[in-house]
Design a protein around this ligand. Structure first.
Ligand code: GTP
Ligand code: MG
Length: 204
């Protein structure tokens, strides 16, 4: 996939606000602070497009970005952040879960996993959830630039444990751009027009 342009499109806090445009959606999910917004910015080469922060919990809504005028990249709030209050946690968790399970226009979920902590229970639960609603997902191991040599060996082992479930696994650094070309190439297979009309119309 070659990115020609990307712009913020809209933020959504309820499913009835989802865009009606009949475009395929590629969704970025992962724990809080894992680097979802940074990954999106790195892919489209626009530094401040999606808001990033060293404090977890920065992204609080479903944020849509229109790419090449023909598909959406969707930045989601993170899960697993202990310090937001229970009410907010429940709200984000429900919004995220409902969106992923009902939105048939989702072509691919990109699940971001921190390469320094590749075996978190919450990431496994997310993989189970994605499988249970039949959403294809690829795994991106983030912050790869931070890994020490010894940790790289551990990551290789962890990769094997989920690679049979994922469509692909890519090592990524938003800092250096490592993995960018590889990931963009993978996305090609998930775009293109819908074959039988537009799915997911009932939800917006
Ligand atoms: N070294 C390094 N730092 C990164 C990388 N990706 C993200 N970060 C840093 O990690 C922090 C969190 O990044 P975000 O992109 O805001 O993470 P997020 O997953 O969108 O976070 P929430 O929206 O809070 O869920 C920021 O300080 C980023 O600069 C990376 O590849 N390498
Ligand atoms: Mg974010």
């Amino acid at each position: 996939m070659k990115i020609r342009n990307a712009d913020f499109y809209k933020s959504v806090s309820a499913l009835d606000q989802l865009p009606g445009e009949p475009f395929p959606e590629i969704v970025f999910v992962g724990r809080s602070n894992v680097g979802k917004s940074s990954l999106l910015n790195s892919l489209v080469r626009r530094k401040g497009l999606a808001k990033t922060s060293s404090t977890p919990g920065k992204t609080q809504l479903i944020n849509y970005f229109l790419v090449n005028g023909e598909c959406f990249f969707v930045d989601l709030p993170g899960y697993g952040y202990a310090r937001v209050n229970k009410g907010m946690k429940r709200f984000w968790g429900k919004l995220l879960g409902d969106y992923i399970s009902v939105r048939d226009r989702i072509r691919l979920v990109i699940l971001l996993v921190d390469s320094r902590h590749p075996e978190m229970e919450s990431d496994r639960e997310m993989m189970d959830f994605l499988s249970s609603c039949a959403r294809p997902f690829g795994v991106v191991l983030t912050k790869y630039d931070k890994l020490k040599q010894k940790e790289r060996t551990r990551v290789r082992r962890a990769r094997e444990s989920f690679s049979h479930r994922a469509e692909f696994v890519v090592n990524y650094s938003a800092l250096s751009g490592q993995g960018r070309d590889q990931l963009l190439e993978k996305l090609d297979g998930y775009l293109g027009p819908f074959q039988d009309g537009v799915p997911g119309c009932t939800t917006g």
